[in-house]
Design a protein around this ligand. Structure first.
Ligand code: PLP
Length: 358
């Protein structure tokens, strides 16, 4: 199988895959509770939070839906600058929640002052659903600054999609005023897909309790989740094998210099890609100063046939990059440099691209 330099799922090392093959354990037993508690504890550490961290057997989108259903009272502000962030407004509406859109041209970053103005202009907004790294356009919007803005509005909670930024760049949940931070495991954590996580403040749990009957359903009900989490458990049979892989990977991250080292590795891989693009005369699609550390979205300024290039990369070098997302197909291409990829691996990939496009 080709090595994946795509922005999720990312390449998973054999040892992490292997960790899933431990014998199953009963999820109502002591061994499971210990595993659950230990994973939550270590996640809190790398999220820089004292809040509850839920473990959800679902993709990250499931937790987006959960976040909206449990936390939004009246209206949610959804800054949109790409395919993922725009979708969260639609998801809100599908859940019967009114979404106020703050739309940007694709490739642009969300600006804190726009969020502030939007909140000032509509006092019925009580939550912001913010996408930190917009994977379709490779934009990293300023989370810390947006956290500071939302803090000025005590009746507004900040919900953050950090799916392609968590573990790739600095995020400090408590210090930055994030009420709910969510992510999956198949991006910068470099694990198979299937579990998602979110931290929740007591305020979010309080809101969940007070939601109207029927709003939350059962599977994504934070009030039910909290009751189970108090016993280091989940309301359903969790994907235990994936938890084994996560358990292993959290230890690996710790052993290899901790989360800060992982942030630094991503910064290095990004720098290598930026230098290469500059050398080849390729522009970033994302706004200058707001490039995502885990994925470079580049303009196809040299007029390559991206799908053909990708086929050749697979056939000759057993690696795969990503074409542009949806409407950006062939207009852009994406190099995922997240997870357990290395600086050496990224250099090798870029040299192969050079060889095929010289
Ligand atoms: C990949 C991604 C998602 C979707 O995650 P799933 O686990 O497939 O639900 C959501 N948001 C962003 C920013 C992503 O990159």
């Amino acid at each position: 199988m080709p090595k994946l330099f795509i922005p999720g799922p990312t390449e998973v090392f054999p040892a992490q895959l292997q960790a899933q093959t431990r014998s199953m354990i009963g999820h109502r037993g002591k061994e499971y509770a210990a595993l659950h508690a230990s994973i939550e504890e270590r996640l809190k550490k790398i999220m820089f939070t004292k809040n509850r961290v839920f473990i959800s057997t679902s993709s990250a989108t499931g937790v987006i839906e959960a976040a909206l259903k449990n936390s939004v009272k009246k209206k949610v502000l959804v800054p949109g600058n790409g395919a993922f962030s725009n979708k969260w407004a639609e998801v809100a509406e599908m859940c019967g929640i009114e979404a106020v859109r703050l739309n940007y041209e694709f490739g642009k970053a969300v600006k804190p002052e726009d969020v502030e103005n939007a909140l000032k202009n509509d006092s019925e907004i009580d939550a912001v659903m913010f996408t930190h790294s917009e994977t379709s356009t490779g934009v990293l919007s300023p989370l810390k600054e947006i956290g500071a803005v939302v803090k000025k509005f005590p009746n507004v909670v900040l919900l953050v999609d950090a799916v392609s930024s968590f573990a790739a760049t600095e995020i400090r949940v408590d210090e930055w005023g994030i009420d709910l931070l969510l992510f999956g495991m198949q991006k910068a954590l470099a694990l198979p897909s299937g579990l998602a996580f979110c931290s929740v403040t007591p305020e979010i749990l309080e809101r969940a309790k007070n939601q109207p009957q029927g709003r939350k359903g059962y599977y994504f009900n934070f009030t039910e989740w909290e009751k189970a989490a108090e016993k280091n458990n989940t309301i359903i049979t969790p994907a235990v094998s994936l938890m084994f892989a996560l358990d292993f990977q959290l230890d690996e991250i710790e052993k290899n210099g901790g989360i800060e080292k992982r942030w630094a590795d991503h910064a290095e891989m990004q720098k290598i890609t930026m230098d290469w693009a500059a050398r080849r005369g390729i522009k970033y699609f994302s706004e200058e100063g707001f490039h995502s550390p885990g994925v470079s979205v580049l303009e196809n300024s040299l007029g390559w046939n991206i799908s053909e290039l990708n086929q050749k990369l697979q056939a000759n070098h057993n690696v795969e990059i990503a074409n542009g997302y949806k409407d950006l197909k062939e207009k852009t291409f994406r190099i995922g440099h997240m997870g357990d990829h290395t600086a050496a691996g990224v250099r090798e990939l870029l040299a192969w691209i050079d060889g095929l496009t010289a």
